[in-house]
Write a protein that binds this ligand. Sequence first.
Ligand code: PRP
Ligand code: URA
Length: 209
Amino acid sequence: MENVHVIDHPLIQHKLTIIRDKNTGTKDFRDVVNEIARLLAYEVSRELPLKDIEIETPLVKTTQKTIAGKKVVIVPILRAGLGMVDGMLDLIPAARVGHIGMYRNEETMEPVEYFCKMPQGIDERELLIVDPMLATGGSAIAAIDALKKRGAKEMKLVVLVAAPEGIKKINEAHPDVAIYTAAIDEKLNDKAYIEPGLGDAGDRLFGTL
Ligand code: PRP
Ligand code: URA
């Protein structure tokens, strides 16, 4: 597996256990998904470029660092990706948000695009594609394909739980896209759900079980 970063932190592990638990209800699930997204945003933004600016403290003039360069776009894959947006925005409040709608056809497991609305100039921005689950990789690959077709060049994929199968697929299809995940789970089951996983993330976030 290449270009994959597992953000292994006690707070993340603890919170992941909460959302994996089937007894965790919708409100707590939603809250904790955002809390993990916030922690992931901290790591994902580690390489944001900085530039020098001149400011005055109450005492002296000084040269200090500020975020430079490309503006960030957070791109939730609908629907479940929405659950990570607020947490990411907490740390990167100036980010734009572009939405892309993908659902898995539950019979063929093939992703279907149903919506895409991006800010201007995505070719000059850094895109953080967010989705709690990377299972077969079909939805993420289709989303990345659609974004590249619209001009996007720099993208990171940020997920909560990834299956080895999905990571491999992304590495093959889009080796330039780094994956950030809170966990790499064991495998997919015969319905393409991640095990141990956390079930259907969209349904648990929105209470549509
Ligand atoms: C889930 C999840 C991912 C996708 C992952 O969405 O949020 O987008 O499945 O599976 P894959 O890697 O095999 O494509 P789903 O299609 O259930 O839609 P939802 O977000 O509307 O619940
Ligand atoms: N989508 C989910 O929401 N959960 C899985 O385990 C796989 C795909």
